[in-house]
Design a protein around this ligand. Structure first.
Ligand code: GLN
Length: 240
């Protein structure tokens, strides 16, 4: 089986170790004999329908976000990503990438950056820098990570959060939610990188991608996650 990861703006949006998520997806696929490739989809790239099997969109500072949001929204890319998510293609977006997949992101300075409108949410920069370890309860069990953002994201009424805060700030440090999930697209503030310490989420993304591409009978054989789960449990123990 083959999978293509579409790394959205991987040359601009890749702070706080977010590229580690790409590496985790690659290794976990390779360890199962899946031929997995990474294609960076950035300013000059086109995205064809059915070309990408998993999208990843990392974090970035306001400056990169401004550059990227113009390209994402003005080019057809943003629309194509949205259509692909509608047909079930999985996506993981972290922090700055997550913010640009909502309705808009209002940075500290300058005008609102229009988002793709994939997640029913909007973000505005705040005077509070939300930094630190984060642990949440989610449909994937506990998830652990690290957050560093000033943006506060507010979910609209019909939005589903990724999970509930146990430790940390999450979407806005006010309503106890973290992230957003829409179909098989996950947005959140959890850097770290997220997937190496949360193998269950990494495998969910891989399995969804296989199901969309090869049908509901697609399976992922289990791996020995002893080390990953040790890191996961130590983080939970230390930060809750
Ligand atoms: N500039 C955004 C914020 O500070 C995103 C930062 C990030 O991706 N960590 O909220």
């Amino acid at each position: 089986m083959k999978l293509i990861i579409g790394y959205l703006y991987g040359d601009y949006m890749n702070i706080y170790g977010d590229t580690g998520n790409i590496i985790a997806l690659q290794r976990r696929a390779e360890w199962r004999g899946i031929d997995i490739r990474v294609k960076v989809k950035s300013l000059k790239s086109k995205i064809k329908k059915k070309e990408v099997d998993i999208f990843f969109f990392g974090g970035g500072q306001d400056q990169q976000q401004e550059l990227v949001s113009r390209d994402l929204v003005l080019s057809i890319k943003g629309k194509t990503v949205k259509q692909e998510i509608e047909r079930g293609v999985p996506l993981l977006a972290i922090c700055g990438g997550y913010q640009l997949l909502g309705k808009y992101y209002k940075p500290h300075k300058g005008p609102r950056l229009q988002g793709v409108g994939l997640f029913p949410a909007y973000t505005a920069a705040s005077d509070q820098r939300m930094i630190g370890n984060i642990v949440i309860d989610s449909r994937f069990g506990k998830l652990v990570g690290f957050e560093n953002h000033s943006g506060k994201t507010y979910l609209e009424k019909n939005a589903k959060s990724l999970g509930k805060i146990i430790t940390g700030f999450g979407n806005n440090g006010e309503d106890g939610t973290e992230g957003c999930i829409y179909k098989n697209a996950v947005g959140c503030y959890m850097h770290g990188s997220l997937l190496p310490k949360n193998p269950q989420l990494a495998d969910w993304l891989l399995l969804k991608a296989l199901e969309v591409k090869y049908g509901p009978q697609a399976k992922l054989k289990s791996l020995d996650d002893n080390i990953e789960l040790k890191a996961h449990n130590i983080a939970i123990h230390r930060f809750t």
